[in-house]
Design a protein around this ligand. Structure first.
Ligand SMILES: [Fe+2]
Length: 493
């Protein structure tokens, strides 16, 4: 009896019901435009600007389910804060493929993450057409609101109405369909531009070797630097990190077998195989191409989607990243809503020390709690920093949907946790600094929370200095927003 009791006590109870989590993946077909009047607490008067979010809005095409949320058509939500009030608007992005499929009332394109056209493998074999779904991130830069999807070019939207204006070539730099990654980094003070801010992004072209192209845009949106580099092997790289002098990529140990994709049996992302015994390669590309060549270091096997930040310190470059022990491979006949969280490795926050003198990498675990979607103060990008905000599991062990926001003080080690469990599920937190503030954590954390109890989403505002205070405002939307991916806060809009 004693043993049984001990065992039961050591098993952490789930902080959520799977059925609750699943409901957040229903399509949102409608488009809304209204002032949010159902508010608990108070919206800070000083919070002025617009939060833009991107993510799959439709998880089906006229009832035909897509295979994975990453294949869903992009939808932008905009929550504009003005003088203590907030306005909500959402619009599906009118990509060419979205318009075609909505008109046809059925799936016409294969998705990278396994969505197939109806009709089995014969209907899908040797169909290599990409559908630019514009669903991963949304940024405001150079006076343009751009929806990003890493395998193709950006879509430009009207920042007020969210109307789709068409594809954007960055003033002729991108050819039609050229990739432009969904994870730009914003250098607050670029050494090459007399301390002006700049946007740094990349594109990946895969093959037997991989071409990484770096783009740097000045604050008017003009591409001022562009250089391409070839690195050996296949690479799946969703994100990168920057410092004043480097772009840093983690080349995860995966191999790609294109045959099941070619024969219509699997999506391209389902053809990647993780290699647990191979190292992760860390690629450093100088932001100034005349400052030296590409350096490639090696570290433990692992899989990284997102980096939190990087900075230079003496002979080292420090990179903080959310790292998984293995790539969560997408199984072809599986239903993503039935995912067994316990069977997958949780993302954990690691600090990597890249020693450029002896070309060695060491690493230390910073946070073992399951976490994703890091966010920091915009002035700290590429610089030493102290505070990090992330989506996190409610429990401090195991793998689970993100239900909490975790603040990590990298200097003192202190943690603060705000949790929406058991019926709330958080999205990427966005840190917004208070205008004129000097403290790195003086501001707010904004996150959309899916509330399964009411099948609606709330925009939750937290005091970034003290998450323990609880939500300072909770804005109840009239509907849910399907779990999203990334977004941005534009102070001037
Ligand atoms: Fe991402």
């Amino acid at each position: 009896m004693f043993q049984l009791h001990e065992r039961a006590a050591s098993v952490p109870t789930n902080s959520y019901q799977r059925e609750d989590w699943q409901k957040g993946y229903e399509s949102l077909k409608q488009e809304f435009d209204y002032w949010i009047d159902d508010v608990e607490g108070e919206i800070p008067q000083e919070l002025q600007g617009t939060l833009f979010r991107n993510g799959p809005g439709l998880l089906d095409v006229n009832g035909q389910r897509i295979h994975h949320p990453f294949d869903g058509d992009g939808m932008i939500s905009a929550i504009a804060f003005r003088d203590g009030r907030a306005h909500f608007r959402n619009r599906h992005i009118r990509t060419a493929a979205y318009l075609e499929e909505q008109k046809a009332g059925k799936i016409l394109y294969r998705g990278v993450f396994g969505t197939q056209k109806p009709g089995g493998w014969l209907a899908n074999a040797f169909d290599f057409k990409w559908k630019n779904i514009a669903n991963t991130n949304v940024i405001y830069w150079g006076g343009k609101l751009l929806a990003l999807w890493e395998a193709s070019d950006p879509h430009r939207l009207d920042p007020r109405t969210l109307e789709t204006l068409g594809k954007d070539s960055l003033n002729g730099v991108l050819a039609d369909g050229d990739p432009f990654a969904a994870h730009p980094r914003f250098d607050p003070s670029c050494d090459f531009d007399s301390g002006e801010p700049c946007l740094v992004n990349f594109s990946i072209k895969v093959g037997l070797s991989t071409t990484i192209t770096i783009f740097e845009l000045d604050s008017s949106g003009k591409v001022v630097r562009k250089h391409a580099h070839s690195v050996p092997g296949f690479a799946f790289m969703h994100d990168f990190a920057i410092t004043p002098n480097y772009c840093i990529f983690f080349q995860n140990p995966v191999v790609f077998n294109p045959l099941p994709f070619a024969f219509g049996l699997r999506g391209a992302a389902e053809c990647m195989k993780f290699q647990p015994h191979k190292p992760t390669r860390v690629i450093l590309i100088p932001r100034n191409p005349s400052a030296g060549g590409v350096q490639i270091l090696e570290t433990h096997s692992g899989f990284v989607f997102h980096h939190a930040n990087a900075f230079e310190q003496g002979e080292e470059v420090i990179v903080d990243s959310i790292c998984y022990e293995s790539f969560p491979e997408v199984e072809p006949g599986s239903d993503f809503k039935q995912v067994d969280f316990d069977a997958l490795d949780p993302g954990k926050l690691w600090r990597f020390h890249l020693n450029l003198k002896d070309q060695k990498v060491s690493r230390e675990l910073i946070e073992a709690r399951c976490c994703e979607f890091p966010s920091i103060h915009k002035k700290c990008v590429g610089r030493p920093y102290r505070y990090l905000y992330m989506g996190a599991g409610h429990n401090n062990t195991g793998n689970a949907p993100l239900q909490a926001i975790l603040k990590v003080d990298l200097e003192s080690g202190e943690r603060q946790l705000w949790s929406a469990a058991p019926r709330g599920f958080v999205s990427e937190p966005i840190f917004v600094d208070r205008t004129g503030s000097t403290d790195e954590d003086d501001g707010w954390v904004l996150t959309l929370v899916y509330d399964a109890a009411h099948h609606r989403s709330d925009l939750v505002i937290l005091d970034a200095k003290d998450l323990n205070k609880g939500a300072i405002a909770r804005l109840h939307l009239k509907h849910h927003i399907p779990y999203g991916l990334h977004g941005t806060f534009a102070p001037g809009l």
